[in-house]
Design a protein around this ligand. Sequence first.
Ligand code: KIV
Ligand code: ZN
Length: 505
Amino acid sequence: MERIFIFDTTLRDGEQSPGASLEVSQKIKIAKQLAKLGVDIIEAGFPITSDGDFEAVRLIAQEVEGPIICGLARALPEDINRAAEAVKYAKRPRIHVFLATSEIHRKYKLNKAKEEIIRLAVEGVKHAKGYIEDIEFSPEDASRTEPDFLYAVIEAIINAGATTVNIPDTVGYAIPEEFGSLIRNIIANVPNISKAVLSVHCHNDLGLATANSLAAIAAGARQVECTINGIGERAGNAAMEEIVMAINTRKDLFGFTTGIDTTQIHKISRLVSYSTGMVVQPNKAIIGANAFAHEAGIHQDGVLKEKTTYEIMTPESIGLKENRLVLGKLSGRHAFTVRLQDMRYELNEDELNRAFISFKAMADKKREITDSDIEAIVSDELQTIGETYKLEKVQIICGTPGITPVATVAIKNQTGEIIEKTADGDGPIDAIGKAIGAIVGISLKLVNFSVQSVSGGTDAVGEINIRLEADGRLFAGRGIDTDIVVASAKAYVNAVNKMIVSREQ
Ligand code: KIV
Ligand code: ZN
């Protein structure tokens, strides 16, 4: 069976989701997990955009083995130099150069004529080729570019040395049949197309990113660009898990294979969700909480008699296991470590110590700890890096109308000093936000708040995800605890810590 190359851009386009910014250490963890998942190429970032992005790409190139490591660059020498510098330590580096080609972008964004676009694209590819062999080029907004001009651009950049040509549906405008035809026409009209791998990059503005990507591979594309959980600019990118599971489930139709170990899908989906603070909707295909839940009686009856009546894939195929009750108050460090190993988590000594302390604290409040609870604890540990502030105490008073909600919060700063403030608000969460804002000296505007239960029962662990606005940007924060007030305060502190790292960077 022919192989489709999976190009993951979670750390570049995915990170462009509002509020999804990741710290360098989180990016490295995700990149290592992407390598375990078996993606062929990791687009690790856009090195010219910030020192933090440069550093992340450089470290991933140095530390992550297996996939090709790619850095994005506009068709400008300074962008390309920076990308080349960042990826040069990878065993297999790639530079991805892009330049918009559509009339709208040429006229309003770039103010450049067609000939100039071709000249800049060719110069960009040649400049990148001076550093490394593996060069990808994207004519941005390709799906809205005049076809004949698009063919001319593609022919020129392949002659200049591009080894992959990526066709982006940048604004998610294309319709599957139309996008498939575009790919077929490129193959038919670009004389040197066989010298490059043809790739696609679809956005989800009309909810068609996966459908367009699949139409493209059926038409001849052999690389698909995608992100975990479909995160990305605006409505996001094509979701890796949807594309891969569609290719696998409908092998009969597509006849393709990928290098993805699908049993790693659930794990990386949770890691990306926890790290970015982007909650996965329950009805999301493949990885939503309801994706394998059968509610209607007729369906339940069918599944009990024969699973394939209503299940086209098994939960096990994406790495979903039964949520086992595993540990309790009396479980020791050894049992905890063994369970983590069974769940295929690799924590360093420091992370393990912190996770064990959190486990003990949770076991004090909750009788039985499940795999989901352990997953929540570990993911919390993965977020603690760059921790300027740490929550020490939170207490609230609130009640029926007439009682003013008041919160008292104490936070430890980097020098170990504990600062306590009290504030009132429109509700208890608002009061917590105001007290924390007063401590850190930043006015915090809450724009999003969601609460979920990690496991069932009255002693369930609550997961709070929030988004705060500051400096004209959104920052996601996440907190878990058996007490959702405490989890909310933790989520605030987590978002503030991210804000501080972003200011430093
Ligand atoms: O959507 C887009 O056009 C992009 C390019 C940089 C490939 O992200
Ligand atoms: Zn994109």
